[in-house]
Design a protein around this ligand. Structure first.
Ligand SMILES: CCCC(=O)SCCNC(=O)CCNC(=O)[C@H](O)C(C)(C)COP(=O)(O)OP(=O)(O)OC[C@H]1O[C@@H](n2cnc3c(N)ncnc32)[C@H](O)[C@@H]1OP(=O)(O)O
Length: 357
């Protein structure tokens, strides 16, 4: 029988002090907790830690209390203080460029809707919106009942990238690197959420907005929408992790074409190269026609039927397969399997002798 491991708060506190000894290069805690403790681990291991978030506390000790503890504490971020990243410092800087908001609504259905909301600037990311996004991702990391996420833009357009006014003000190399690390951390955590995520692209997704779409598991495009990596026109390349993710999604040949040619990706082209996973029905004047958001919810709902722990486990095993070398992915899959094996949904399914017709 599995022994349940629930470390008391005091034990966690004690380990907070022990962990830096295990990973001596890491020193202080920052941001959302303990990321610096895990920063010395190989990227792949940190990713595992992220994938195996809270429910793993409730599973067999055979995987090891230390591992479990680290898993609990990871944020899935890429950068910490050992990379010269100081989250508080860049947060302060970004907050000097206010405007817009990132709104989060969690629904009882287990689907949350995250809205990029700055319509007067085509939903460009102000500095404070970057900070907002990090906070909303943190909320989602702690949403135990969540299963799916839709990321959309307000007022029928997705996002026109970073706010050019803010960009101009922080155009020096140091600030640019800090903003880049901040957004890479946040978007990596967004992609690593144990939720199945969809970018609902209406209107335009440009620059950083195009990068944001790649931080979701899927992309649904409205019939007149366009995704365009316009960075080259700005004398830039993606810096929010969008190039690395794009290569995973469409392959390096297509990624080179999209970035090198700043190609406009419409729904047809998007489907052809695998950037789009579906196209929404066009604007319908008919009464009762589904809105794009309803269409996206319906599209997503077929993949998130079932209890949250099982759907979250699905995302975790796919995430580990996507990000880890095979042996590590297999070990992670075993651990995630352990969280659902003999669980309520599994027992109920066994009792009902279901047939899969
Ligand atoms: C690592 C991150 C890299 C990046 O994201 S760099 C930024 C890349 N994005 C861009 O360069 C987009 C620049 N904007 C545009 O090309 C056009 O505004 C866009 C989005 C095609 C829309 O064109 P139109 O429909 O003609 O509308 P418009 O130009 O009149 O825009 C309406 C208002 O929105 C503003 N806006 C749009 N994108 C913005 C941005 N990224 N930063 C700051 N402001 C932005 C635009 O200036 C205009 O404002 P206003 O009405 O003139 O006060």
């Amino acid at each position: 029988m599995a022994v349940l491991f629930h470390p008391p708060v005091d034990t966690l506190r004690k380990y907070m002090f022990v962990l830096p000894c295990l990973f001596p290069m890491s020193s202080s805690f920052q941001g959302d907790g303990f990321q610096s403790n895990t920063a010395r681990l190989p990227l792949s291991s940190r990713m595992v830690l992220c994938a195996l978030r809270p429910q793993l506390l409730k599973s067999s000790t055979s995987v090891g209390a230390w591992g479990r503890l680290l898993q609990r504490q990871s944020s899935g971020s890429v950068y910490s203080n050992i990379h010269g990243f100081n989250q508080e410092e860049i947060r302060e800087k970004l907050l000097a460029f206010p405007g817009g908001s990132i709104d989060l609504h969690k629904h009882d259905s287990g689907i949350a809707v995250l809205t990029i909301n700055n319509p007067s600037r085509m939903n460009a990311f102000s500095g404070s919106m970057m900070v907002d996004l990090e906070e909303q991702v943190r909320q989602l990391e702690n949403w135990m009942d969540g299963k799916g996420l839709i990321v959309q833009g307000a007022a029928e357009t997705f996002c026109s990238g970073s706010d050019l006014n803010a960009v101009r003000a922080i155009s020096n190399p140091q600030d640019g690197m800090k903003m880049c690390m901040f957004m890479q951390n946040t978007l990596t955590r967004l992609l690593r959420l144990p939720l199945i995520s969809v970018a609902l692209v209406e209107g335009r997704a440009l620059g950083g907005g195009a990068e944001l779409t790649t931080a979701c598991d899927f992309r649904l495009m409205a019939s007149d929408s366009v995704i365009q990596f316009v960075h080259k026109h700005m004398g830039l390349v993606p810096g929010w992790g969008g190039a690395a993710r794009l290569v995973h999604i469409v392959g390096s040949q297509n990624a080179l074409k999209l970035l090198g040619g700043t190609l406009k990706v419409d729904p047809k082209f998007g489907l052809q190269i695998g950037l789009a996973d579906g196209v929404l029905e066009g604007p319908q004047a008919e009464e009762g026609a589904e809105t794009p958001l309803q269409q996206a919810e319906n599209w997503l709902s077929r993949y998130i039927k079932g209890p949250a722990p099982v759907i979250q486990a699905v995302k975790k095993v796919v995430l580990s397969g996507r990000e880890l070398p095979l042996s590590e992915a297999l070990r992670t899959e075993k651990d995630v399997f352990g969280t659902v094996w003999g669980g309520p949904a599994n027992l109920q399914a066994l009792a009902s002798k279901s047939k899969h017709k």
